[in-house]
Write a protein that binds this ligand. Structure first.
Ligand code: NAD
Ligand code: FE2
Length: 377
């Protein structure tokens, strides 16, 4: 039996004024930059106007870790809020989700809504069952996947993303594209997750480069915010794939931003999934369907799939992103020491389980080697 659900109420273009009337004692989770730059006033000013109170937890760093989550659990239990607001990129939202998840073991969560306000257009965490937490000691990222991690409300206000610097717009935009493509070819894809993924891909084609080149273009920003959320709905239901499994291991080991790691790997993983170098797989046909959606199809499935792979590569170039692991700043010696462990971590990652093509640790290691030096078929 297949299932599809969207538990989160999505408020498009704003909605915080109305929400602030219903919540009074808020635990606000964000990162240091968002707190110190005063951007959290988007939430706190509205709460103060309604006579509400809040505590800000701003210890979140990129790729939140277990220590940060534990600290947050201690603070939320002490504060006993009547609502939790996660405000920031995927790192802040994932940290907030994990804090609530672990605190709920000791705290009655009834009547405590979880409101997610994304300020990057990338992870789709505001509507997903996923939260990615890093174990810094083991240098591994663990995706928690639970229905209880689904936020109650997501506020999609693209005005908040106008200040996102171009490099983060690029990284997060490629994360959206990867979510949609992996959701579309996942073993658990349905007509319903396809619908969300297809729309996300169309929105990325229309808006990503505009948002990168013209940060103040509100239409492009809202388009990418909606794309991010739709891709989140798609993969929250269908799961992701090997690209995310490998990106988690690569990002945890070498601190490469999540979307950038996805972008480097995507052409290689797509080529592997499609069987480009030997016998074409059924996944090649799925990539060809995406090509048709983007107007890139040709008369052969192989050529259509290759056109999509080249498009992914072209995005990386136009967004001025590194196209190899080496170009992302990893030395040959560091890479050689890490590659086997990364392949094992990618194999064990929850995301890899829904990849359309089965793979071995050796095959994953080979893919990392190709992506290190930049050898595309
Ligand atoms: N839960 C999920 O479903 C899911 C999916 C994909 C990725 N992730 C995880 O999410 C994390 C990455 O999230 P991200 O890509 O959104 O990056 P991020 O949250 O780490 O933010 C990147 C940088 O952008 C800054 N920033 C955020 N909003 C800004 C704004 N409006 N203006 C200026 N600067 C701003 C942040 O301060 C930070 O320095 C990773 O840990 C990744 O593994 C989670
Ligand atoms: Fe992602």
């Amino acid at each position: 039996m297949d299932a599809f659900s969207v538990r989160t109420k999505i408020m498009i273009g704003g909605g915080m004024d109305a929400l602030a009337e219903k919540i009074h004692r808020v635990f606000l989770v964000t990162d240091q930059f968002m707190a110190e730059s005063g951007r959290t006033s988007y939430v706190t000013d509205r709460l103060l106007r309604q006579g509400g109170e809040f505590r800000i937890f701003s210890d979140v760093h990129a790729d939140p870790d277990i220590a940060t989550v534990s600290k947050g659990v201690g603070q939320i239990l002490e504060f006993q809020p009547d609502a939790v607001v996660a405000f920031g990129g995927g790192s802040a939202i994932d940290a907030a989700k994990a804090i609530v998840f672990f605190a709920a073991r000791e705290w009655d969560m009834r009547d405590c809504p979880f409101i997610a306000i994304p300020t990057t257009s990338g992870t789709g965490s505001e509507v997903s069952r996923f939260a990615v937490i890093t174990d810094r000691e083991k240098e591994v990222k663990y995706p928690l996947v639970e229905d209880s991690l689904l936020p109650d409300v997501a506020v999609l206000d693209a005005e908040l993303t106008v200040s996102v610097p171009p490099s983060v717009t690029a990284d997060t935009g490629i994360d959206v594209f990867t979510h949609a493509v992996e959701a579309f070819v996942s073993t658990e894809a349905t007509d319903f997750s396809d619908a969300a993924a297809e729309k996300a891909i169309k929105l990325v084609r229309r808006h990503l480069l505009h948002a990168y080149q013209n940060p103040e273009d509100r239409e492009a920003r809202q388009g990418m915010h909606n794309a991010s959320c739709l891709a989140g709905i798609a993969f929250s239901n269908s799961g992701l794939g090997l690209n995310h499994g490998m990106a988690h291991a690569l990002g945890a080991r070498f601190h490469i931003p999540h979307g950038r790691a996805n972008g480097i790997l995507l052409p290689y993983v797509m080529s592997f999934n499609a069987g480009c170098s030997d016998a074409l797989t059924p996944t090649a046909k799925r990539y060809a369907q995406i090509s048709r959606l983007l107007g890139l199809d040709s008369s052969s499935i192989r050529q259509s799939a290759l056109n999509l792979i080249r498009t992914a590569r072209r995005y990386i170039e136009k967004l001025d992103m590194p196209s190899t692991i080496q170009a992302a700043g990893v030395s040959t010696a560091e890479f050689a020491e890490a590659v086997h462990d990364m392949a094992e971590a990618a194999m064990a990652d929850r995301c890899t389980a829904t990849n359309p093509k089965a793979c071995t640790v050796e095959e994953i290691e080979q893919l990392y080697h190709k992506a290190f030096a930049g050898k595309l078929p």
